[in-house]
Write a protein that binds this ligand. Structure first.
Ligand SMILES: [Zn+2]
Length: 328
């Protein structure tokens, strides 16, 4: 035998020793479950392209969010599907009766201790399905970042007033994080953190989400504001900008095809880093599991652990609710 063989396998001999030298430990504390709030009462609509995920009316969402808490989930990310859409998405800053504001008040009271994060964007609330206000430029309607900023601030402050613990601007609007920070501070919400969707790619993995949130663009696409999936340096610039505008957490979205971006982001900025394991990633696992081609639980555990290994501190995932099964 060659006495110089390096026997790294010695440290893998059994589960005890493997667990002692394991470098990445997944915890339920790392997970955030998205929750879709639908207008109306007594609504529980399963999302066809995301089996096991539902749209809930505010009343029905309470038991669901309690069940998440029972599974150890500590944080949820709320998306709203309002009754009425309009060109501006005015439901988003309707203090009295906005869908998210109603959900925040109900959940705050009924499920104390659950951290309530709100998606801050307009695509589910505008009749055109884009993430802000549109202007006509050279005969084409395009998203206008500057005029959208004011409405973004209105939305974030309204969420904070209704009880949001954290706001998460997802529209990739230039200057958005800074404007939201300034407005929250001015209105007495300097304690509310911002989770910035800093590097959000114009991805084909979002397909099922559009069924879930009913916010597809009615024309065109989002490539003029979300990132080109071919780019990596640009993601670092986007994150740099959001950090300079006082983002508290930065996000990379989607997750699986973007682990290089997650790794670079963590290495470069040392910020609390969030990976969004998106609807298409969920749907792929679900579809394969339904066919018996993959073991869903084991795949989810591996995905979550590898996202952490890549540098993510937190993982937003539709699979978060099943993690209690493998996290003892
Ligand atoms: Zn949007």
């Amino acid at each position: 035998m060659n006495e110089f063989i390096q026997r790294l396998s010695r440290m893998r001999a059994n589960e005890t020793i493997r667990s002692m030298v394991r470098e990445t430990i997944l915890s339920v504390d790392d997970l955030i479950q998205p929750v879709f709030i639908h207008h109306g009462e007594n609504v529980r609509n399963e999302i066809s392209s995301m089996p096991g995920q539902f749209q809930w009316s505010v009343d029905k969402s309470i038991d669901y969010v309690k069940s998440l808490q029972d599974c150890g989930i500590k944080a949820i990310l709320l998306f709203g599907i309002p009754e009425k859409k309009d060109p501006q998405g005015t439901d988003t800053w309707n203090d009295k009766n906005g869908i998210i504001q109603n959900a925040l008040r109900a959940l705050r009271e009924a499920v104390p201790g659950m951290l309530l994060i709100t998606d801050v964007c307009f695509c589910e609330y505008t009749d055109h399905g884009h993430c802000g206000l549109l202007i006509e430029r050279n005969g084409e309607y395009v998203l206008d970042h500057d005029t959208t900023l004011n409405n973004l601030a209105l939305q974030a402050v309204s969420h904070a007033k209704a009880g949001a613990d954290m706001v998460a601007p997802s529209g990739m609007i230039d200057g958005g994080v800074g404007v939201i920070r300034e407005s929250l501070d001015e209105q007495g919400f300097s304690h509310v953190p911002i989770m910035a969707y800093s590097a959000k790619y114009a991805s084909n993995f979002y397909g099922p989400f559009r069924d879930a949130a009913q916010g597809s663009p009615q024309f065109g696409d989002r490539k003029s504001y979300q990132m080109d999936f071919a780019n990596s340096h640009e993601a670092m610039r986007e994150i740099d900008v959001d950090v300079s505008e006082n983002a508290d957490l930065v996000m990379v979205k989607p997750a699986l095809s973007y682990m290089d971006i997650i790794y670079r982001a963590k290495e470069s900025f040392k910020m609390p880093t969030v990976a969004y394991n998106v609807s298409g990633e969920y749907a792929m696992v679900k579809a394969a599991a339904e066919k018996g081609w993959l073991d869903e639980e084991k795949i989810v555990q591996e995905i979550f652990t590898s996202l952490k290994r890549a540098g993510a501190d937190l993982i937003i995932s539709y699979h978060a609710e099943m993690a209690y099964k493998f996290l003892k």
